[in-house]
Design a protein around this ligand. Structure first.
Ligand SMILES: NC(=O)c1ccc[n+]([C@@H]2O[C@H](COP(=O)([O-])OP(=O)(O)OC[C@H]3O[C@@H](n4cnc5c(N)ncnc54)[C@H](OP(=O)(O)O)[C@@H]3O)[C@@H](O)[C@H]2O)c1
Length: 312
């Protein structure tokens, strides 16, 4: 069993996930968790949860497993391979487990470079936002060598409601790209039908409650219902830019495999327009406001307490 764990990337997701890891389960007893973040001030509060702040990324190479959760393929390459990166020292890490949402090609290149250094690599993207992670309800889907997955599984289980292995190589990247393509298409359509219902006269909270309790309701429609009702877009779970990145990954993968995805293509353009309108440090649910504007509908907060399905 691993006893020294490392973590790079303490953004919205990384912070929530490492807190679950620190809470641990039987597998985590006696483990140390050393954390590093580019903006160091985000690491310090985790000391109160039992983490130790690593002085550098290179110092984490002494860990048995290093988890990474950063934004894009290029960011992951930087934290691993830059002159002061995790792999830049004489001592190389043994295992890297990455949960960022990145491209299949970028991940394959990273695997090649890591494996050439003798570093084992598991892709483990996730389904769920930071609130889902905090509630311990993430799904984590891995690909890479099966034996490596078996080694990492107890630690993944500490962070998730369910963990799965979908195969060798970069297959989990394909899974995540497919997942997030649906993530975009669902919010696009949910915004369209919510605006349609409201313009016709059904209050948003009533309409969303009915969808959540219909055969179409999901953890996703439920946890987006508070923001869609109360327009609290400043409470960011995931940004328009990150969603555009994922829609672009979906469209690029569709091209690679020769799959027509008309619903995803239309959604990609809608998300690009939202980003083009300058919406940046806000929640991607602001797509509702964009859709309402197109329909000539002025939205106001309904100021309701809505169950997001993530309590308890
Ligand atoms: N938010 C969600 O709902 C959600 C759900 C599932 C998956 N994801 C995916 O998870 C990943 C992280 O998302 P997030 O929402 O946690 O993003 P975030 O809050 O923007 O955090 C990004 C993290 O990556 C670090 N980072 C970015 N570029 C870096 C670089 N070049 N060098 C070093 N560190 C760098 C940031 O450091 P600083 O703190 O210094 O900026 C921060 O710790 C993304 O790939 C996203 O697509 C997000």
């Amino acid at each position: 069993m691993a006893s020294k764990l490392g973590w790079i990337g303490l953004g919205r997701m990384g912070e929530a996930m490492v807190k679950r890891l620190l809470k641990g389960g039987p597998a985590l007893q006696g483990c140390t968790v050393d954390v590093w973040n580019r903006t160091a001030t985000k690491a310090e509060p985790l000391v109160a949860y039992g983490a130790r702040v690593a002085p550098s990324k290179t110092a984490l190479a002494a860990c048995d497993i290093v988890f990474t959760m950063v934004s894009t393929t290029d960011d992951l390459k930087q934290v691993l391979f830059d002159a002061d990166g995790l792999c830049s020292g004489v001592q190389k890490p043994k295992v890297v487990v990455d949960s960022s949402s990145i491209s299949q090609e970028g991940s394959a290149e990273i695997r090649e470079r890591l494996e050439a250094m003798g570093v084992a690599y598991l892709c483990t993207p996730v389904s769920g936002n930071a609130k889902v992670a905090k509630a311990g309800k993430l799904l984590m889907v891995s690909s890479g060598p099966r034996a490596l997955y078996d080694q990492a599984e107890p630690y993944l289980q500490a962070m998730a409601r369910k963990v799965m292995w979908v195969g060798e190589g970069e297959l989990a990247r394909i899974w995540k790209i497919a997942h997030n393509t649906m993530f975009g298409v669902v919010i696009q359509n949910l915004c369209e039908i919510t605006v349609l219902a409201e313009k016709a006269g059904i209050p948003r909270h009533v309409f969303l409650e009915s969808i959540n309790d219909s055969v179409l309701g999901s953890m996703y429609t439920r946890y987006k219902s508070p923001v869609l009702t109360n327009l609290t877009f400043e409470q960011v779970t995931f940004t328009p830019k990150l969603l555009l990145k994922d829609m672009d990954l979906g469209m690029a993968t569709a091209k690679t495999y020769g799959v027509a995805m008309p619903a995803a293509a239309a959604t990609r353009e809608s998300v690009a327009r939202m980003v083009g309108h300058g919406h940046d440090n806000v929640d991607f649910a602001i797509l509702l406001q964009e859709t309402a504007l197109d329909a000539g509908l002025a939205l106001v907060s309904e100021n309701k307490v809505i169950d997001d399905g993530l309590q308890g």
